[in-house]
Design a protein around this ligand. Structure first.
Ligand SMILES: Cc1ncc(COP(=O)(O)O)c(C=O)c1O
Length: 484
């Protein structure tokens, strides 16, 4: 283990020495006068670190090494799918023809990009078993917002403005009830059954003339497939409601299940969770909502169409909910998704889901003695575990385990989510991890479990090898110390 706490942790400005520099120019460099008003010009030179080339390069190289990332560490962040993003996708999205396209280019000059997006739309519809799609939303929660806008417009047109309730199981992603409230719907929370699935009796009691939408996260936040989904969609339709599927976790279903065939009316995809762009780093994402035919006309404008062999952005849609994002959405992310799709046959897409499911169940099985799973059912792409009774007896919390994992060289899994599981540890290895990596991770988890028995304080005080130890997290969030 490389103990980085023992290395030089000073800021670059603290390493600065007057006159030290990397480059020396012969003669003076003449700067043109910047068009900044005199009153706004600074009077003194900025205080920048003065460093030799070695100092600067070593400083930033060291910083890059203490950073945890998918490129350097196993990143088992549940609910976020830290997928492999083949580097070639970056190159493709950065090709001049794509990256250099002016956002206001006419359809005529954007034929190549429009064709890619059009083809992507069709492929996604096919994978989801849906009829129409928009690629505009900027992320998953934005897709939910757009999807519920569509549902609202649909009921308004049918004269059913009294449908104001959205049923959301407690195993749904937290953005679901939040989105429903943002749109003025009333979220109705229903408890899951002991197997982690929607309790059909409870659902029946809540469905009625006021129900607009049943919003299901599939697989749900416990990593469990809603195997009664066909019954659920039937029940919802009989009550006159629509079914929205939060398909952000489509990585577990891709190529295996077509939600449209299960009765789903609207669903979203997180392009940044399923189609190669890793999620969780705060970078740009892209969402999409796919709908059945009867909802097509409400989709946001523009919709990309093909007419007479040419591609065009169609704004002429009288029932549309309007625009939800500038231009065509986050096109760079969509292009990466498109490249990823073209690289895989439909069989391979199915294998992606299968491998994600196998990896999560493998991790779950390896850890079952020390970290029992919340649900005894087979999981999909992620498993929700809890610290075993031996650890709990010693007062070890999930947070302690997450911090200690950093000492072992692993990014922490998602902790304390889903909220319905006490001391939850959510692990999503994704399909791209090897068996060896999952073995190493499980072995570190087991070591932590053993340490909890032999030296619990060591686990409670972790991390020991990071430059920053335990923070007061509330204070760090409310009063971040970002200035030197
Ligand atoms: C199941 C589920 N739904 C919705 C979202 C929200 O997506 P986003 O973070 O892109 O808004 C996520 C995010 O990870 C998710 O896992």
């Amino acid at each position: 283990m490389n103990d980085i706490t023992k290395l030089d942790n000073r800021l670059s400005i603290e390493k600065s020495a007057p006159g030290r520099r990397a480059l020396k120019f012969k003669g003076r460099i003449k700067h043109g006068a910047a068009p900044v008003p005199e009153t706004l010009r600074r009077k003194t030179a900025p205080r920048l670190p003065e460093l030799s080339e070695f100092d600067a390069v070593r400083h930033f190289t060291r910083l890059s090494k203490i950073n945890f990332s998918v490129d350097s560490h196993f990143y088992p962040l549940g609910s976020c799918t830290m997928k492999y993003n083949p580097r070639v996708n970056e190159d493709i999205a950065a090709l001049d023809g794509f990256a250099g396209l002016h956002p206001l280019a006419s359809d005529e000059t954007a034929q190549g990009t429009l064709e890619c997006l059009y083809d992507l739309q069709n492929r996604l519809c096919e994978l989801c078993g849906m009829d129409a799609i928009t690629l505009q939303p900027a992320a998953g929660a934005h897709s939910e917002f757009t999807g519920l806008l569509v549902a609202r417009a649909y009921f308004a047109r049918k004269g059913q403005k009294d449908r104001v309730e959205i049923i959301v199981p407690d195993s749904a992603h937290g953005t679901n009830p939040a989105t429903a409230s943002m749109l003025g719907f009333s979220p109705v929370n229903i408890n899951s059954g002991p197997d982690g699935r929607v309790d059909l009796e409870v659902l029946k009691r809540h469905l009625g003339a006021k129900t607009a939408v049943v919003m299901l996260t599939v697989p749900n936040t416990l990593g469990i497939f809603e195997s009664n989904i066909e019954t659920i969609t039937k029940m919802a339709h009989e009550a006159g409601a629509l079914v929205y599927m939060d398909g952000a976790n489509f990585n577990a279903l891709i190529g295996l299940v077509k939600p449209g065939e299960l009765g789903v009316d609207i669903m979203h995809l997180n392009m940044h969770k399923t189609f190669s762009t890793p999620h969780g780093g705060g970078g740009p994402g892209a969402g999409a909502i796919a709908v059945k035919k009867y909802l097509d006309s409400y989709l946001p404008v523009p919709v990309i169409k093909k007419e007479g062999g040419r591609f065009l952005a169609d704004f002429n849609r009288p029932l549309t909910v309007g625009r939800v994002k500038a231009f065509f959405g986050n096109t760079g992310v969509l292009l990466k998704a498109y490249a990823y799709m073209l690289m895989h046959s439909s069989r391979e897409l199915g294998e992606i889901a299968e491998n994600a499911i196998i990896n999560a169940n493998y991790a779950k099985a390896l850890l079952k003695d020390c970290f029992p799973a919340h649900s005894k059912e087979h999981c999909m792409h992620e498993c929700v575990l809890t610290p075993g009774p031996e650890m709990t007896k010693q007062g070890i919390k999930t947070l302690d385990i997450a911090k200690r994992l950093l000492d072992y060289g692993f990014h922490a899994p998602t902790v304390y989510f889903p909220l319905i599981v006490h001391e939850a540890i959510m692990i999503e290895p994704t399909e791209t991890e090897t068996r060896e990596t999952i073995d190493e991770f499980a072995s570190a988890m087991k070591k932590i479990s053993a340490e909890a028995a032999s030296d619990p304080q060591k686990v409670k005080d972790a991390p020991h090898t990071m430059p920053v130890k335990r923070l007061d997290e509330v204070q760090a969030a409310r009063q971040p110390n970002l200035r030197w």
